[in-house]
Design a protein around this ligand. Structure first.
Ligand SMILES: N[C@@H](CCC(=O)N[C@@H](CS)C(=O)NCC(=O)O)C(=O)O
Length: 205
């Protein structure tokens, strides 16, 4: 059995979507990051950076329990465990990892800062709104150019899309009109229609 430590945020939902897509059995342990559960010693032992998501898989690669933090590492682990959503060919695998890293290093951090300064910051900071809003729109341009050429970010549907979708689903938070990025909209609608994605996006409920 896999335990998923999560909260209702894009990074958490990457993993619930992946678990649903893989058809793996899992239980959900909510970590309420608004009241500081992420700093409890029992959670820090699993996730040393005090952030969701994290998992514990009772059946690790050697049959022993394994814990993992960082959503990109968890997605790669689950893909290796199931043989799903990461191409078997070496070239295909690196293409998928390239777009997964693009999500982890650029989309997540920039969209996250855009959300903070556009919606949650107590003080309006025009410089920060322009910096992270502008970078977010630029990243949509990168995705749109890619998705004009291929159906999914790494060609076939996989962990790069699963990592990116929950962030794009917050497009209202970062004030981006998907109609301005037609290839991203086509990709987004196709993924939103998948039943496993719909289930995963409701976790933790
Ligand atoms: N790079 C990490 C980022 C995780 C992350 O930022 N998680 C946020 C929620 S989306 C969190 O736990 N925040 C709690 C905090 O910062 O105290 C990953 O992808 O797993």
């Amino acid at each position: 059995m896999i335990t998923l430590y999560t909260w209702g945020t894009p990074n958490g939902r990457k993993i619930s979507v992946m678990l649903e897509e893989c058809g793996l059995e899992y239980r959900v342990q909510p970590i309420d990051i608004t009241r500081g559960d992420q700093f409890q010693p029992a959670f820090v032992a699993i996730s040393p950076n005090s952030k969701i998501p994290a998992i514990v898989d009772d059946q690790g690669p050697d049959g022993e329990p394994i814990s993992l933090f960082e959503s990109g590492a968890i997605l790669i682990y689950l893909a290796a465990k199931t043989g799903k959503f990461l191409p078997a060919s070496i070239r295909g695998k690196y293409e998928a990892l390239e777009w997964l890293m693009f999500q982890m290093a650029s989309i997540g951090p920039s969209f996250g800062q855009a959300h903070h300064f556009m919606r949650f910051a107590k003080e309006k900071v025009p410089y920060a709104i322009e910096r992270f809003g502008g970078e977010t729109r630029r990243l949509y341009g990168v995705m749109n150019a890619r998705l004009e050429k291929v159906e999914y970010l790494a060609g076939e549907y996989g962990i790069a899309d699963i990592a990116t979708f929950p962030w794009v689903s917050r497009h209202e938070f970062h004030e981006v009109d998907l109609l301005l990025f037609p290839a991203v909209k086509r990709w987004f609608d196709a993924i939103a229609a998948r039943p496993a994605v719909q289930r995963g996006m409701k976790v933790p409920g």
